[in-house]
Design a protein around this ligand. Structure first.
Ligand code: URA
Length: 227
């Protein structure tokens, strides 16, 4: 039996909601951090060259522990781009981001705002699994970030949704608690960017799902209103 939108909303612990106007959409914009991107990792190399390069990447220590790289998945012309932290055990095995329990909740979050997983593009800050699911270290992020920049340049999404502090801090260059980064519209290379909680955190702290739902609606408003 197909899963209904109501079931997705229930997975988000959403019983009823009403749209609220204008929240934070005109908030001040933080400049995106500039990074030097080697030519092989630039968008002008194209998707195939980029993916081939990631597949053999050994630019940081994470390559030693991976089963395979986890490049990214979805519509290469998506309006929405979701950025997570890095692959976990399931993703490392399957070579696709967000396929474990957190991924199931991410799918439900997307479905709750009417988006099929295949309609968005999903990628991570780092493309190889950090051991024991620790956060990626700053040198690992620095070694990998060019790939994500190139992916964003290729997709040219209308909205970026950063899930979790690691994604938000590294993309936006802000070392702030997630509670201060969410609820407003940032910009990354002139692309509106909204921050929300990581689905793995929401699985542990379901009471925060309501705030994540507000964030999703904010992102949807940005796309619908072309803010
Ligand atoms: N968590 C992430 O941040 N990314 C994944 O791909 C899976 C879990």
């Amino acid at each position: 039996m197909p899963i209904s939108r109501l079931q997705y909303l229930q997975a988000m612990d959403i019983v009823a909601w009403r749209a609220r106007a204008g929240r934070g959409a005109n908030a001040p914009i933080a400049p995106a951090p500039e990074i030097d991107v080697p030519v092989f990792a630039r968008a002008d190399a194209g998707w195939e060259a980029l993916q081939a390069r990631v597949r053999v990447c050994n630019a940081c220590r994470l390559h030693a522990g991976r089963t395979q790289t986890v490049f990214g998945v979805g519509d290469p012309h998506a309006q929405w781009m979701v950025i997570g932290e890095g692959p976990g055990a399931d993703e490392d095995q399957q070579g696709e981001p967000f396929v474990g329990k957190a991924g199931q909740l991410l799918n439900a979050m997307l479905a709750a705002i009417g988006l099929a997983r295949g309609k968005v593009y999903i990628a991570n800050i780092v493309k190889c699994r950090p051991p024991q699911n620790r956060e990626p270290a700053s040198d690992e992020v620095a070694a990998c970030m060019g790939y994500l920049h190139a992916q964003i340049d290729l997709v040219q999404p209308r909205i970026i949704l950063c899930v979790g502090k690691v994604a938000a801090s590294n993309l936006l260059g802000r070392d702030e608690p997630i509670g201060r980064m969410r609820g407003t519209v940032h910009q990354f290379k002139k692309i509106p960017t909204v921050v929300t909680y990581h689905p793995a955190y929401l699985l542990r702290s379901p009471l925060e799902k309501r705030k994540a739902w507000e964030d999703l609606k904010l992102a949807r408003r940005v796309v619908q209103q072309g803010l």
